[in-house]
Ligand binder design. Structure first.
Ligand SMILES: Nc1ncnc2c1ncn2[C@@H]1O[C@H](COP(=O)(O)OP(=O)(O)OP(=O)(O)O)[C@@H](O)[C@H]1O
Ligand SMILES: [Mg+2]
Length: 482
């Protein structure tokens, strides 16, 4: 069996070259807090080749910057006018527990050192400093932050290598999808993915993120349909402590959690009017405000939205804002339904057999030609998700190495398959009986190798009766000509 990740599933997804070679990811930001303009200037001189440098004169200004910009590291003078460095450090900790702070001090006293450690400063610098001393220290601190981020990215990379994230397909429809993914990954333009349920919209969004220069930053998915309406704004934009009853802690919203990375807004059509207005503002201004907050926070987030609804219809019906639609629909991407790309079915079948045989540790390797034909003829109203479920179940239940027709769910063998076959609730008794009869017939026919005489014998009916029913329901061996 192939090594995980080294997959031959007909993955036509172009191998992600190293985008960092061509496109640079966002640079890390260092905030220098010192009341001495000369000190700030010399830090800037040392750092500016590698980092974006922001400056603050005192603690108040520092906290203002921190609320507005995604700072990665703070260089904090201990002796500051107003709030001293240790007080500022405590405030920074309250604001962001994980932000690293390096204290800068003229005299390295044990007392200050102890206090700083208690407050969680990462390290110390003593003035006067030189470039040789400063740069390695800062590089280490930034590397640590980058590493923490990479751990997150590696986890999702691991999932991908295990095949869970692979986007499989080689039909013209999917080739087009891969092409758009590749083009759009390089830029930060907003993408709107539309397509029926189960067509792989979320997988596509992840693929875009993975191939973009942001791939070491977070991919954050949010599904408004799964969040209580009253909590939605806070989920998206975060809230300040005390913003509303129950807001005991400051909380970062999905936007802020995705800072520098990608935010996937799923099922966008379910957003209510108020949330649509807030989202529109965030997209226009490229900044957000936490609930109960007083300041705007700059956002560097790539947005990918998805929906299985027809947004144009929703706009016509007054349920979705046209201006928001145009903001989101910068690059439209359509995930084609599986019935329009039957050529992908065999690839997907192989892909999922490999995945689930590994997962269940069962030596399942293939489907029989008849089962394959039934899978290819089926209409897949639930798209790839439905196919995935069928294969998962079949691999779990099959006795031998090959999945047979009888191991597949019966629905797949019915001639009027597809969406209509799903509406079992509204069947009359007669219809239900007929359906049951049809399924029994199919099973027996399969067992009898589609020999009508043998099938009639097994069922205890006359051959003519059997043939009447076969004709009535146009039953035929999967894969044979109608
Ligand atoms: N081209 C594909 N290759 C491999 N797996 C796929 C593909 N498309 C979809 N899948 C799998 O099918 C399932 C459904 O995909 P996904 O969740 O991305 O669909 P969706 O379009 O977001 O559906 P919904 O609208 O219901 O949320 C997932 O388990 C996904 O891994
Ligand atoms: Mg989805």
């Amino acid at each position: 069996m192939d090594a995980p990740g080294d997959s031959h599933d007909g993955l036509l997804q172009p191998l992600p070259g190293d985008p960092s070679e061509t496109v640079r990811g966002p640079r890390s930001i260092v905030l220098v807090v010192d009341d001495d303009a000369g000190v700030r200037a010399s830090f800037r001189l040392i750092l500016e080749d590698e980092y974006d440098v922001l400056e603050a004169r005192d603690g108040v200004q520092a906290l203002e910057v921190l609320r507005a910009d995604p700072v990665d590291l703070v260089l904090l003078d201990v002796r500051l006018p107003g709030m001293d460095g240790l007080q500022v450090l405590a405030r920074i900790r309250a604001l962001d527990e994980r932000l690293d702070v390096i204290l800068v001090t003229a005299v390295k006293t044990v007392k200050t050192a102890v206090a700083a450690m208690k407050l969680g400063a990462l390290d110390y610098l003593t003035k006067p400093f030189d470039q040789e001393e400063v740069l390695p220290l800062i590089r280490r601190a930034i590397e640590k932050r980058t590493l923490e981020r990479e751990v997150v990215a590696l986890r999702s990379e691991l999932a991908r290598r295990q095949g869970a994230d692979a986007l499989v397909g080689q039909s013209p429809g999917m080739r087009k999808v891969f092409q758009v993914i590749e083009q759009v990954a390089r830029i930060t333009a907003t993408v709107l993915i539309t397509g029926e349920s189960g067509t792989g919209k979320e997988l596509i969004a992840r693929a875009i993120h993975r191939q973009s220069p942001r791939r070491d930053r977070p991919f954050v998915a949010v599904n408004p349909a799964a969040i209580a309406e009253t909590l939605l704004e806070s989920e998206l934009f975060g809230h300040e402590r005390g913003a509303f009853t129950g807001a005991y802690q400051r909380k970062l919203g999905k936007f802020e959690l995705a800072q520098g990375g990608t935010l996937f807004l799923d099922e966008i059509a379910t957003l209510r009017a108020e949330a649509q207005a807030k989202l529109l503002r965030a997209l226009q201004e490229r900044e957000i405000e936490r609930v109960g907050g007083t300041r705007s926070i700059k956002m560097d987030v790539r947005i990918i939205a998805a929906t299985n609804a027809d947004l144009r219809k929703a706009i016509a019906a007054g349920a979705f804002r046209g201006d928001l639609y145009y903001r989101l629909n910068v690059v439209p991407l359509v995930a084609p339904p599986l019935r329009e790309r039957p050529g992908d079915v065999p690839l997907l079948v192989t892909h999922f057999i490999r995945r689930y045989s590994r997962e269940f540790n069962k030596p399942v390797t293939a489907v029989s030609p008849e089962a394959q034909a039934a899978l290819e003829e089926y209409g897949w109203p639930g798209n790839v998700r439905e196919l995935q479920n069928v294969i998962e179940r079949s691999v779990a239940l099959v006795g031998g190495p090959v999945i047979q027709l009888r191991d597949l769910p019966l629905d797949l063998m019915l001639p009027d398959h597809g969406s209509r076959a799903r509406e079992t609730e509204s069947l009359s008794l007669q219809e239900a009986c007929e359906r049951f009869e049809r399924q029994i017939l199919l099973r027996v026919l399969e067992r009898a190798g589609w020999n009508h005489t043998e099938a009639a014998r097994l069922l205890g009916v006359h051959r003519n009766t059997l043939q009447q029913k076969v004709a009535k329901w146009s039953l035929r061996r999967p894969g044979s000509e109608p």
